[in-house]
Design a protein. Structure first.
Length: 277
């Protein structure tokens, strides 16, 4: 088994925590970021020599580069950069405050972009490496009540797909991970709801309001998801997208087929706006 060095944002919970645990247990080195002191003290105690910790809130965009630089300085070569930190903010678009909009987009989109940009000079200098971006089936399919979450995830999808082509000449590969619902702490610590407006009662956007009150069954096993992500680092070439979960596959394929069905009948009409020869 090939041992690697990984950089992972957000290792205190969710997929980030599961990835760190599995990687350290198998002998890899991990540089992980956390927002709160003490959140990974158990891993630090057990794997001190192979576990580097940086304190980072990805909304502090200037500090992202400082922490990434420090991780590469401390560990030398880093083989895989996993961009994982993020959270979900749900509700009707009109219900969000301006501050909530900025914080969600800064965390889920700008934080991801800045982490990738900070890692690229190092990956180019070492002539290779891999970036793994945690996205979601929500980056491929859209539902009412999740417009702002989709905005971040769809933005990440476009950025990372274009980035993959930009950095391929340097031996750098990119994978976008598309998990469905998984039994992590997301619905607790990482899920927030807008303040409801009565105007949206009994509308499609209001369906997300039950997320905090009802245990919605989800099929995904975070242990299996993390293992698949780790395995993908050995795939050559890297998969540009890694769909994980039967719900993710169903949601993504349904949405993509629907989109094609909307576009394909417009072929002739689209050509009518071409300039005359």
């Amino acid at each position: 088994m090939t041992t690697r060095t990984w950089f992972i944002t957000g290792v205190s919970s969710g997929f980030g925590r599961e990835l760190a645990e599995q990687l350290l247990a198998r002998g890899d080195r991990v540089a992980g970021t956390v927002r709160q002191d003490g959140s990974v003290d158990d891993l630090r105690a057990e794997y001190a020599e192979r576990f580097w910790i940086g304190h980072l809130d990805v909304t502090d965009l200037a500090r992202v580069r400082d922490v990434v630089d420090a991780a590469f300085d401390a560990l030398g070569r880093i083989d895989v950069v996993v961009i994982n930190a993020g959270y979900g903010l749900f509700g009707a678009a009109e219900e969000f405050t301006d501050e909530q909009v900025v914080h969600q987009i800064t965390t889920n989109l700008l934080g991801s972009i800045q982490t990738a940009r900070a890692a690229l000079p190092h990956l180019r200098a070492q002539r290779g490496g891999r970036i793994i971006q945690l996205s979601s089936v929500a980056g491929l399919a859209a539902h009412p009540g999740a417009s702002l979450y989709h905005a971040g995830k769809w933005g990440v999808e476009g950025f990372m797909e274009a980035l993959a082509a930009e950095v391929a000449p340097f031996g750098i590969e990119v994978t976008i991970v598309e998990p469905g619902g998984a039994r992590t702490s997301f619905a607790g610590s990482s899920l927030q709801l807008s303040e409801p407006l009565a105007a949206y009662d009994n509308t499609p956007a209001a369906a997300v309001r039950v997320f905090k009150d009802i245990a919605v069954p989800v099929p995904g096993d975070p242990v299996k998801v993390a293992a698949k992500i780790i395995d993908s680092a050995s795939q050559e070439p890297a998969p540009i997208r890694l769909v994980l979960g039967s719900d993710s596959y169903q949601g993504a394929t349904t949405a993509l087929r629907k989109r094609l069905a909307q576009i394909e009948p417009q072929r002739a009409g689209a050509a009518e706006t071409d300039a005359d020869a």
